[in-house]
Design a protein around this ligand. Structure first.
Ligand SMILES: C[S@@+](CC[C@H](N)C(=O)[O-])C[C@H]1O[C@@H](n2cnc3c(N)ncnc32)[C@H](O)[C@@H]1O
Length: 479
């Protein structure tokens, strides 16, 4: 109840480069330019401003809106047949911009000199082919878009061909062929009853998996991609897909349903990514349920990825999450310093032993700072500690050459403020065994945020060492 209320008051988080971040699409204006859109626009007699709207439960209306937004704002010609999944442009753009941020960050080493062209792989591009079309038109990226259904492959190709200015950048690939044929033969031999046939349709017969692969075999041996992008089939059963009576975005069985739902689909990407560690710089997927995000992050930890990054996409009342991972070793300095302006960090510590909770994490944090004679004041009622890193300690860190790099090598960043670096560490118990640690700078625009990120990183490492029994190599989790 509380979280719903909070959500209503939260401003929607839309990527700042999303062209709809400042101003949502103007239906009145679009209807005046595109007569085909006009019949779908209505003006509520009850609203004072007579704000134009469309009926979001009408598939034809949402499809026409997507068509004209792609045409008007992106110069992309586009269409899908009745019933196919209709993407919303602002929402899909958020994911594309987030990937652009990942690629331009220095979290992992950049491309080799001379390799500047970005190449992506869209797993399950759908009839709408939305990610390749947006990625190519917004950023000039090239793509392979894959799918398994005839209709998706046919319409994705039509959508590419309808845009000659982009068609050289997009290839559509059939991944249905990439089934483990030995397994399919075995599955078919096992079919005897109607129930078995249903199982074969779902791709699973007994312990045999006849579902199409997502990457392995679809990606050629010598191919390299900067990223993969994926909006997976979210649901386990078709009935779940109609749960939002407020919108109609279409969606066929194949588009919406996968045995085991998104958790199984993304798990499959994770498993196959292990075989293709060297072929992709970043693996990414959209996640529909927060509970699944948590499970997937822990799967990633188990397979030994070197970095995990997550984000939340909010559009109106709907939240989705972005999950990305890489097997490439991160640039240490970039993990430590996410840029000169970052004023807060958070990390969660999972797998705390039974006897430990937020209070122990707080006390250990206090001892950690006191051990290096860093003044701090703890407030056990609010579960926070105020820390001041004195100027002398900052100067010692700055004398270290590597730190100059963390501060981006700019000499102006090496001016140390006389009152030191002040920040607050707050600890929140989430569920038994998991605490969230938030660390915020007192002065948001502090010139030494590179040092701040280093301190947070070291604190995180220390707390993990103290409280978590390591299973495998831990990835860096940045949210
Ligand atoms: C939710 S739709 C996403 C369509 C589009 N990318 C979008 O964002 O609107 C999921 C797509 O994944 C496809 N799909 C299912 N299994 C697949 C596999 N093994 N390989 C590639 N695509 C697959 C489905 O046919 C469907 O088109």
């Amino acid at each position: 109840m509380l979280s719903k209320k909070r959500r209503r008051h939260q401003p929607p988080v839309i990527h700042p480069r999303n062209r709809y971040s400042e101003k949502p699409p103007d239906f009145r204006f679009l209807a005046s330019l595109y007569p085909s859109f006009l019949p779908y626009v209505s003006y509520s007699p009850h609203s004072k401003s007579a704000k134009p709207s469309i009926d979001w439960t009408d598939f034809n209306a949402t499809r026409e809106l997507t068509r004209i937004l792609l045409l008007h704002d992106h110069a992309v010609h586009w269409w899908i047949p009745d019933g196919q999944l209709c993407p919303t442009v602002p929402n899909r753009s958020n994911y594309v911009h987030w990937i652009a941020d990942l690629l331009s960050s220095d979290i992992i080493p950049g491309k080799r000199r001379g390799e500047s062209k970005i190449r992506g792989f869209d797993i399950g591009t759908g009839a709408n082919c939305i990610y390749p079309l947006l990625g190519a038109s917004l950023y000039g990226w090239s793509f392979v878009g894959s799918d398994i259904t005839e209709v998706a492959l046919e319409w994705a190709r039509k959508n590419v061909e309808a845009n000659p200015h982009l068609s050289h950048l997009i290839e559509i690939r059939n991944s249905a062929r990439e089934i483990d044929h030995t397994q399919v033969a075995l599955c078919s031999q096992d079919i005897s009853t109607g129930d078995d046939k249903e199982a074969l349709n779902s791709g699973l017969v007994g312990d045999k998996d006849c579902r199409a692969r997502v990457l392995v075999g679809v990606v050629g041996d010598s191919e390299e991609f900067d990223f993969c992008i994926c909006n997976p089939p979210f649901f386990e059963h078709m009935e779940e897909s109609g749960l939002n009576p407020k919108t109609s975005c279409g969606g066929t069985y194949e588009e919406m349903v996968y045995p085991g739902g998104e958790l199984a689909f993304i798990t499959r990407i994770i498993e196959e990514s292990q075989e293709l560690k060297q072929s992709f710089r970043w693996f990414t997927s959209m996640v529909g349920r927060k509970a699944n995000l948590k499970l997937l992050v822990s799967k990633l930890r188990d397979v030994g990825v070197s970095i995990v990054k997550t984000t939340e996409f909010v559009q109106g009342q709907t939240s989705r999450w972005g999950l990305s991972w890489s097997f490439i070793s991160p640039n240490k300095k970039s993990v430590l310093s996410k840029g000169p302006t970052k004023s807060h960090y958070s990390f969660s510590i999972e797998g705390l032993q039974r006897q430990f909770g937020a209070v122990h994490v707080l006390k250990t944090t206090e001892s950690y700072f006191l051990a290096s004679a860093t003044p701090c004041e703890s407030d056990l009622v609010s579960f926070c500690i105020n820390v001041t890193l004195p100027t002398e300690q900052i100067n010692i860190i700055l004398e270290d050459n590597s730190m100059n790099q963390i501060c981006n090598g700019s000499s102006s960043l090496l001016q140390c403020p006389h009152d030191g670096l002040q920040f607050r560490v707050s600890v929140f118990e989430q569920i038994p065994g998991t605490v969230l640690v938030k660390v915020s700078l007192k002065h948001r625009e502090h010139p030494l945020s590179g040092i701040f990120s280093l301190l947070v990183h070291n604190l995180e490492e220390h707390l993990r060492k103290e409280f978590v029994k390591k299973k495998h190599l831990k990835p860096c989790l940045i949210t």
